[in-house]
Design a protein around this ligand. Structure first.
Ligand SMILES: Cc1cc2nc3c(=O)[nH]c(=O)nc-3n(C[C@H](O)[C@H](O)[C@H](O)COP(=O)(O)OP(=O)(O)OC[C@H]3O[C@@H](n4cnc5c(N)ncnc54)[C@H](O)[C@@H]3O)c2cc1C
Length: 404
């Protein structure tokens, strides 16, 4: 997309007042109009389009270049975003390096990571250990926390400079904000919230799979005409690859100058909204409940078990729809994909949509009073019984074993 200011401009300057970024200026243009000046957009232009409406003579246009096909031969390598919170990387980054390696090998490209932060040395080392051949690093105190404007500016800069062919980001809150914004800036497409990735045999493009129409179909999406091919992928979709401490690679430091005008939002406070002490997607132990728990008050037992085991609470869509637990705790096709070491399912039938979000867990322990419940088909350990009777016993026994 680009901003076009035609010679219809009368030099009135109204657009300068509307631009939130101070990105419009006047330059001398003798003979073009009565005021002998014309507006132009400087590097701070974000293509927000605020100026278009303000122009009294329709001299400003946002031109979409979607019909222009990118020359894909100029783009190479698979890039993975190393997402972190104040230097603590999120597991999804390593999971995507694992799947990125599969895509890189299939397309005979290099696997690269990129990280923006303050002190990135340990993250760079980890990225190599999880398989990256190269790591692009933007290091600056301003990047210590995720910031939409700064991160967008930095990745847009990297894309224009280094032309990656594929970019993978976690479908986390920040990844869902960051990815589409960069895709818009560089004029490409993005497939959000993917649950599988592969290479389309016929075209060599990435085949991005994601649930569509409320989860009723799994759509496979290609981005044949534009580069980079971008997508966000749900955490826990892929297993973390084996870490190789000895592996090294090439670190490329990139300077992205930052000015105060680049930042429109400031983080005043980070308030963590979690109902359990552990983030569901990163938890080692998840205690999930379904409609079989009978009423929302009974989730207190699950919370107690999760607390004893240092785990998180989750649930089926049925209990989210009933308003028993918040939507961010839903596990399944239209909820979170999780892969903890231990997944407890209390009073959950095991519908296919629920299994889609938890069946790669290492150990599944199911408690259900129906011996034919489908959850037992994926469970490693099954207890046929009343969850409300089994839960207090488990809590007591684990407390004893763990001295709590
Ligand atoms: C497009 C689409 C997307 C969906 N996405 C999701 C999703 O992301 N996640 C999800 O979970 N579902 C999803 N669903 C819904 C899914 O199909 C099921 O309806 C849902 O998972 C059922 O939840 P449940 O197992 O808690 O309830 P139920 O199916 O009602 O099962 C309750 C279970 O509890 C057992 N039970 C009853 N009392 C007790 C007791 N005292 N002790 C022990 N066991 C007991 C019963 O035997 C039964 O097996 C989706 C559906 C559609 C159509």
């Amino acid at each position: 997309m680009s901003l076009i200011i035609s010679d219809k401009c009368i030099g009135c300057g109204k657009c300068l007042k509307t631009c939130p970024f101070g990105a419009l200026e006047m330059k001398d243009a003798a003979g073009v109009n009565k005021l002998n000046r014309i507006a132009y957009a400087n590097d701070s232009c974000t293509l927000c389009g605020a100026c278009v409406e303000s122009c009294p003579v329709n001299a400003i246009e946002l031109q979409r270049e979607t019909s222009v096909k990118t020359d894909s031969a100029q783009y190479k390598d698979v890039w993975v975003w190393i997402e972190h919170e104040e230097g603590k990387p999120r597991n999804v980054s390593w999971e995507l390096l694992g799947q990125g390696r599969v895509l890189a090998n299939e397309t005979k490209q290099e696997l690269c990571a990129f990280v923006f932060g303050d002190k990135c040395d340990s993250m760079v080392k980890e990225a190599f250990a999880y398989g990256a051949d190269k790591v692009y690093v933007v290091e600056n105190r301003a990047f210590v926390n995720y910031n939409t404007d700064l991160y967008t500016k930095a990745l847009t800069h990297l894309v224009k400079e280094y032309k990656p062919s594929i970019i993978l980001l976690g479908a986390t809150n920040n990844g869902r904000d960051f990815g589409p914004r960069v895709a818009g800036r560089v004029g490409t497409g993005l497939t959000a919230d993917c649950t599988n990735l592969g290479i389309d045999e016929q075209t060599g493009n990435v085949a991005w799979t994601r649930p569509a129409f409320g989860g009723n179909i799994m759509a496979v999406i290609l981005c044949p005409n534009h580069r980079p091919q971008m997508g966000t992928v749900r955490p826990n979709t892929f297993k973390k690859p084996t870490r190789d401490e000895a592996k090294t690679g090439i670190e490329i430091k990139v300077d992205v100058p930052v000015s105060p005008e680049d930042i429109r939002t400031k983080i005043l406070e980070i308030a963590k909204v979690t109902t359990s002490t552990v983030n569901l997607e990163e938890a080692n132990v998840i205690c999930s409940g379904g409609r079989g728990l009978g009423k929302p008050e009974n989730f207190k037992l699950l919370e107690e078990l999760a607390q004893v085991l240092g785990g998180a609470v989750g649930g089926s869509r049925a209990v989210v729809d009933a308003g028993w637990i918040p939507a961010q705790e839903q596990v399944g096709q239209t909820g979170k994909t999780v892969a903890p070491t231990i997944y407890f399912a209390f009073g959950i039938s095991g519908a296919i949509q629920h299994l889609a979000g938890m069946q790669t867990s290492d150990i599944i322990i199911a408690v259900n009073k129906d011996p034919n419940a489908p959850i037992f088909n994926v469970a490693d350990y099954g207890i046929v019984g009343d969850a409300l009777k089994v839960l207090p016993i488990m809590i007591e026994e684990f407390k004893k074993v763990l001295n709590k």
